[in-house]
Write a protein that binds this ligand. Structure first.
Ligand SMILES: [Zn+2]
Length: 343
């Protein structure tokens, strides 16, 4: 089996392109994949077996590194598991939020860290200069400081940290290819867990949560905007700098263009809306549990219809086991139907 190491950046390419067009300094740089390091370690991972054998034995410990504004990872240790707080706010946020993500997986989903084998959580803050992005590159997390005007440090948001680390969980489970419908599913699962973790940590419910992704990282010139809305896809932003949120909320508005790996951050809106509707019916943690069970059964090339089938089936199996309400399969099918799925 080939491991598809998703190189998943938080700010999507279509937003970066709009920023560059609006003359935002550094946006073009942030959009360039070449600025994001491809792993060039001698032991580049080739397949799952090799990947597992290379993974260090973990203790689910956090390791936060300071890139010291260089375009490199693991430059200087800023805070390790058990260390007291430092005077670096971003390192502390990355440390705290990674802990909340780890706790959520453990307490709610009974999962031991990202790989379910206690992998350590490696996080890099202050990556590059004015870097308006954050990314998961297959085995660690990296955050830019933002330019301070459009975006602030990307480590300041629990849903960003939750979103990016969820790409790691997906990589170890369904391993969804980052392209087209399976890529939109990959993005969707990250928004699901990023949002569910935030609601859990902040004591919110489906009714009280804002369902916004990335609202805390918007800088003074974009305040009040967000990157995505799971409740109302397409409404997260509309301004001269970023353009308009292109996410559809229904299959009738499905994006068929080639941008953004054929719409991985765009068509995920349709699935996000279905999750929101399901969470309103069965509760966010229950919906996340059902989605998580499905993620463990999905496969790299799964499409939207496959996901609807597997998620509904997961709800049915959990209901039989008494772990989900008896009517959750019907409620989940109804949520998908509202967004035009299955097709
Ligand atoms: Zn993502």
């Amino acid at each position: 089996m080939n491991i598809h190491r998703c190189h998943c950046a938080f700010i999507p390419p279509h937003v970066q392109e709009n920023l560059a067009r609006a003359g935002v300094e550094g946006a073009a740089v942030s959009a360039q994949v070449s600025r994001i390091p491809r792993k060039n370690r001698a032991n580049r991972v080739k397949d799952a077996e090799e990947f597992m054998s290379l993974a260090p034995v973990g203790t689910s410990s956090r390791e936060v590194y300071d890139s010291q504004n260089e375009w490199r990872q693991r430059v200087k240790m800023a805070r390790e598991e058990g260390d007291s707080t430092t005077d670096d706010k971003d390192a502390n946020n990355a440390y705290d939020y990674a802990g909340m993500v780890r706790d959520y997986y453990k307490e709610v989903l009974k999962r031991n860290s990202i790989d379910n084998a206690n992998m350590n959580l490696i996080l890099n803050v202050h990556y590059g200069e004015n870097f308006n992005n954050a990314f998961w590159d297959g085995d660690e997390m990296t955050f830019g400081d933002g330019d301070g005007r459009k975006f602030v440090s990307l480590s300041r948001s629990l849903d960003v940290v939750g979103h990016e680390l969820a790409h790691g969980v997906t990589q170890w489970e369904a391993n969804l290819i980052y392209e087209g419908q399976c890529g939109a599913l990959n993005e969707h699962f990250s928004d699901v867990f990023g949002s569910a973790i935030t609601q859990y940590a902040e004591g919110q419910t489906a009714e009280t949560a804002d369902w916004l992704i990335g609202d805390e990282i918007m800088g003074p010139e974009l305040r009040g905007e967000a990157l995505r809305s799971m409740k109302d896809p397409g409404s997260a932003y509309n301004n001269r700098i970023m353009g308009k949120d292109p996410q559809p909320a229904h299959m009738r508005d499905y994006y068929t263009g080639s941008a953004d790996n054929h719409g991985v951050h765009i068509n995920s809106g349709i699935l996000n809306k279905a999750f929101y509707l399901a969470a309103m019916e069965v509760g966010t943690d229950m919906a996340a549990l059902i989605w998580y069970a499905a993620l463990q059964k999905l496969w790299p090339t799964a499409n939207f219809n496959d996901a609807v089938l597997i998620i509904s089936e997961s709800a049915r199996l959990l209901a039989i086991d008494g772990k989900a309400p008896a009517d959750s399969p019907q409620k989940i099918r109804a949520a998908f139907k509202e967004v035009g799925l299955p097709t």
